[in-house]
Design a protein around this ligand. Structure first.
Ligand SMILES: [Zn+2]
Length: 636
């Protein structure tokens, strides 16, 4: 009997099974002592990109300040979509109550409840953004599906901790739509789902995906805790995941168990939305993850390979980010600013472990891992922004850099704590193996730091001191200085010690790696940053020019538009051919660029041919990457 049992394809019937599991799990989750806030959401207009909501908030007569969630966990930014909160009306004791917005805090609404009132009723609409831009607060509904983030429609009284406020929620879906969520349905009648009451913290941490085309896969039949994959898509065809990919995901679950040695959830739900009309990202939650990709993600092998680490990355966050969380990100409500300084652990280590697990579970081959590693390392190593900005500033300024333009990115730097964090944790992994003569690895740190007893979600904050202390228990070393030089100090070169210590070298050749071909095709750009020093969008717009590169020296600038190469209208192929030909030709490559209303010919004096990064074996050293990527559990 294969472990991969598709159990629902645009169906009814499976929900009953899932409900049974959920109901059992809910038995221990008693609501807190305060009367719950009632939140009723009507998603029957989701296809028109509107959610309707009604809140009943227990309250006393007098002044009350309501807050709309601003700092969203996982977004690490004040991105609560307050602009799209509309149609706000309030009443109490049968009378309309006027509200006003705080003049300084746009997320605070102040009301005065009349004498005799025991609760405040609020009705509101949330307008879901069209298009496919943005992150968690971006596009979230199409004609066939909706991703419902409760923070989009929730208000809460100021002063209370999110973990102490209880919410009883209901959700009405368009007829025939099925749903997936980590929330536990208590009952379902007349098209309305009633969920077990949960804290505001859990509610915001438990989005719902719903759609006309949906499928739920039980990844660990009969296992405890259970693991589900809930897919909603814009077509039935998009749900047809290959059986081997289902087995890889089951293997991923087993590998996370082997890595961490404990699970801090009652059940885990991968929520996967497949549409070309929603924002594409992954957002971590404690008992689920909200993963959104293009419609063909599961049926186009290139698309899956390019983003194969998405689900592993988001699942790792259940341990690293949700259970263990940097103290500066463990805020009591959604109003307190988050401090991102340890994002190089939260995201950097998750990026490393996510990609390692992608290879361990079979979604990637070792060569895929190495290609991605080479591309990331080379990009970071050729980034002049590192001469003025230390990695730690990309974490502190994450709330700015997430939305930074592509233009100028190599001089500005971006959210480099993901990939550069991964390089640093690879180096830590290699160092532990070397210090312990191969007896220990970063896996031991993971079990020590993220393991402990299994059980329902809880948050255990940590500081850098805690990370250093746990590493010292695994392999004594001056870890504080190790991180000081790599995270806090300026270094014009990327940390490549992990690659080299693992028995590999970062080199450049004229072959475009498959991983880059897929990225260029999916993201519609041409990447010549390692040769000419520029990246170009599909329409010829210059995305970035690396300061000091041949293109920069020839006068090309970001936001100019490439028109012609050596006198002929530009195409990506023509440009690559010209770079190749210039190897044996003394003449410069002539780029005709358009700069607003003016044209200019830029002569690029470059003759070293095409250059793309790859990893090459350093045969004098053992291949530690091979050991790092080896599965710990048998493939299902
Ligand atoms: Zn992440």
């Amino acid at each position: 009997m294969p472990r991969f049992q598709p159990c629902m394809t645009r169906v009814s019937g499976c929900l009953g099974l899932v409900t049974t599991v959920w109901s059992l799990l809910a038995a221990g989750a008693a609501p807190g002592p305060n009367p719950p806030i009632q939140l009723d959401v009507d998603a029957t207009d989701a296809a028109r990109k509107v959610l309707h909501a009604r809140l009943q908030i227990p309250a006393q007569p007098g002044k009350l300040t309501l807050l709309y969630p601003k700092w969203l966990p996982g977004d690490h930014s004040p991105t609560g979509p307050i602009t799209d909160l509309v149609g706000l009306k309030m009443s109490a004791a049968g009378k309309t109550v006027e509200w006003r917005r705080d003049a300084e805090d746009m997320y605070a609404l102040v009301v005065e409840l009349p004498a005799g009132a025991s609760s405040l009723e609020v009705t509101l609409d949330y307008l879901s953004q069209p298009g496919a831009d943005g992150s968690a607060s971006g596009a979230s509904a199409t004609a066939q599906l909706a991703d419902i983030s409760w923070n989009d429609v929730a208000l809460y009284p100021k002063g209370a901790k999110a973990s102490e406020l209880q919410y009883a929620t209901t959700l009405r879906l368009p007829e025939g739509w099925q749903f997936g969520t980590a929330l536990v349905p208590a009952s379902q009648a007349s098209g309305v789902i009633h969920f077990e009451p949960v804290s505001l913290e859990t509610l915001v941490d438990s989005p719902v995906v719903a759609g006309a085309y949906s499928r739920t896969v039980d990844l660990t039949p009969g296992g405890q805790p259970p693991h589900f994959l809930h897919i909603v898509a814009d077509s039935a065809a998009a749900l047809e995941m290959k059986p081997e990919d289902g087995r890889h995901l089951s293997h991923l679950v087993a590998e996370t168990g082997a890595l961490f040695g404990a699970r801090h959830y009652r059940a885990y739900h991968f929520l996967l939305t497949l549409s070309d009309h929603v924002a594409h990202f992954g957002l971590e939650h404690h008992e689920s993850s909200d993963n959104r990709q293009g419609e063909k993600y599961l049926i186009d092998a290139d698309a899956l390979k390019l983003k194969a680490s998405l689900l592993p990355h988001e699942m790792v966050h259940s341990w690293n980010g949700k259970y263990r969380r940097p103290a500066g990100l463990a805020t009591p409500d959604f109003e307190q600013p988050m401090r991102g300084e340890l994002l190089w652990v939260y995201e950097g280590l998750t990026d490393y472990l996510g990609e390692v697990l992608t290879a361990r579970c079979g979604l990637w081959q070792a060569e895929d891992f190495r290609q991605r590693l080479a591309l990331d390392a080379a990009r970071l190593d050729r980034q002049p922004g590192r001469t003025w900005r230390p990695l730690v500033d990309t974490t502190v300024a994450a709330q700015l850099l997430y939305d930074a333009r592509k233009e100028g990115s190599s001089w500005r730097r971006g959210v480099d704590f993901y990939q550069e964090g991964a390089l640093i944790w690879l180096e830590a992994d290699v160092l532990i193996r070397q210090l312990s003569q191969g007896r220990r690895s970063l896996d031991d740190f993971c079990r020590k730091f993220y393991g402990g007893p299994s059980g329902p979600p809880r948050v255990v904050p940590y500081t850098l001191d805690d990370v250093v202390a746990a590493l010292n228990e695994v392999a004594p070393h001056d870890w504080r200085q190790f991180f000081q030089t790599r995270v806090y100090d300026i270094d014009p070169r990327a940390p490549l010690g992990g690659i080299e210590g693992a028995g590999w070298r970062l080199v450049y050749s004229n072959t475009v790696p498959d991983m880059l071909k897929s990225a260029e095709s999916a993201l519609k750009f041409t990447d010549l940053r390692f040769s000419l020093g520029l990246t170009i969008k599909e329409d010829g717009a210059v995305q970035d020019v690396i300061p000091g590169s041949p293109a920069d020296q020839a006068g090309v600038g970001a936001a100019m538009k490439l028109v012609a190469v050596n006198g002929r209208r530009w195409t990506a192929d023509l440009l690559r051919t010209a770079v190749k030909a210039a190897r044996t030709n003394a003449a410069p490559i002539e780029l005709l660029v358009e700069n607003e209303d003016y044209f200019k010919s830029c002569k690029v004096d470059y003759h070293e041919g095409e250059k793309y990064p790859r990893l090459e074996r350093a045969s004098t050293k053992p291949d530690l990457l091979k050991d790092i990527l080896k599965a710990r559990t048998p493939a299902p």
